[in-house]
Design a protein around this ligand. Structure first.
Ligand code: PMP
Length: 406
């Protein structure tokens, strides 16, 4: 069992007030709050261990290099990757997907080749492929979903052709909360000899992810959604695939030798880490991963699932409530509308009551088009949220409903 009250003390921002009301932070899908240990790691990094890493012969540089490479090993263990070389530090999920989209397209695709994505993708897993489509003439195919917001596996099977080169899907939808059956999706793709990229932005913070068990070729996530700092994220890639791909950016760190006639590239993982890496961010991300690991990913998942069940039950008691995403397997994301109250009005009024939710299309406009709506109100939970906060939230939503005399 998690001791929520003592966990909350690790997150100073949670005791803040907004508009003189206790802050209720239900925007964890967008970013999570940071525990003291992570902030202190950043502070300590700049105060005591700051020097540019690699190549430096001096003490501080070696210490900073060791900390950065130790952070890589922490990520490796967290995802259960085979080797630390399979862990590339990036700026986040978006950059990781852009890296794969660019390098994979260059190495493995030509005009007419196809990438399969799903209808519930974040723009970060649509637009990078569209940019490559414009450059190289590749095409996107889209896995549809049923009315509960679950991907249709039979339709997915039908999408494969001899031109399919890659599948790129979210592990957990940031709008519907659907936990996609990634292992099955990967198995089906592998039967066709097709590699898979999984967008783990919304899964890594909430459940145990084992890349060897799920077996995708690429798995990506953002540090800031898993209680780490902004500006750092991860691309996991199977070594044989990362070896096949050309560098994404050129510059320092990623080279072996440079002359005006010919440049050779560094080995993994450095081939994909051009420029000075965020070596403070990487160590703070590792600290965040240690933090959630200490709590236990199974305990986190169980507690958040209970919060979701409780909030869903509460919301269902409100007249005119429509919930978007009712998959059998769901993460702690609750997207909804009440009658014809605009999502933006609901979000602004909840804000006045101290409750932070997200409103709008959640960077998933094609999904909004499939649902036939412009946007939703989204409450997304973390292990530091409580049932009391959900009670306050449900009462507030009902209060807003009454203001609109519904
Ligand atoms: N994919 C999903 C499913 C997301 O929820 C998000 C963040 N909302 C992203 C990608 C993009 O993450 P980032 O902005 O950290 O790169």
């Amino acid at each position: 069992m998690l001791d929520i009250q003592s966990i909350r003390e690790d997150f100073p921002i949670l005791s803040h007030k907004v508009y003189n009301k206790p802050l209720i932070y239900f925007d964890n899908g967008a970013t999570t709050q940071k525990p003291r240990a992570v902030v202190e790691k950043i502070e300590n990094g700049y105060y005591n261990v700051n020097a540019n890493i690699h190549r430096g012969v001096h003490f501080l540089s070696q210490e900073a290099t060791e900390a950065h490479e130790e952070a890589r090993k922490t990520v490796q263990r967290f995802l259960n990757a085979r080797s630390a070389q399979e862990i590339i530090f990036t700026r986040g999920t978006t950059e990781s997907i852009n890296l794969v989209a660019s390098s994979f397209t260059d190495a493995c695709m030509s005009a007419g080749d196809e990438v399969i994505v799903s209808v519930m993708e974040h723009h970060s897993n649509i637009v990078p492929w569209q940019i490559q489509a414009a450059r190289k003439g590749i095409c996107l195919k889209v896995i549809p979903m049923n009315e509960r917001g679950e991907l249709q596996i039979d339709a997915y099977r039908q999408l494969f052709s001899e031109r399919t080169r890659l599948v790129a899907v979210a592990h957990v939808s940031n709008v519907l909360g659907t936990i996609n059956p990634v292992k099955e999706l990967v198995e089906i793709a592998h039967e066709q000899g097709v590699p898979v990229l999984i967008d783990g932005a919304q899964s890594v913070p909430h459940m145990k992810v084992d890349v060897q068990e799920l077996d995708p070729e690429f798995y990506v996530f953002s540090g800031h959604k898993v209680y780490g700092p902004t500006g750092i994220g991860v691309l996991y890639g199977k070594e044989e695939w990362l070896d096949r791909l050309p560098p994404y950016q050129g510059g320092g760190e990623m080279i072996a030798t440079v002359s005006f006639e010919k440049t050779t590239f560094n080995e993994l993982p450095f081939k994909f880490e051009a420029g000075t890496p965020d070596y403070i961010g990487s160590t703070a991300l590792a600290e965040a991963l240690r933090y959630v690991d200490r709590l236990g990913m199974e305990q986190i998942a169980a507690y958040e699932t209970e919060l979701l069940r409780y909030a869903t039950e509460g919301l269902r008691t409100i007249a005119g409530a429509r919930i978007f995403g009712e998959a059998a397997q769901k993460g702690a994301v609750l997207s909804f509308l009440i009658g014809d109250i605009h999502h933006y009005d609901m979000g602004m009024l909840l804000d006045r009551l101290g409750i932070a939710v997200r409103t709008g299309h959640h960077c998933a406009q094609p999904l909004m088009q499939a649902l036939g709506i412009e946007g939703t109100v989204r409450a997304s939970f973390s292990f530091y949220n409580t049932k009391e906060e959900i009670d306050t939230f449900i009462a507030a939503v009902d209060r807003v409903r009454k203001m609109f005399s519904l």
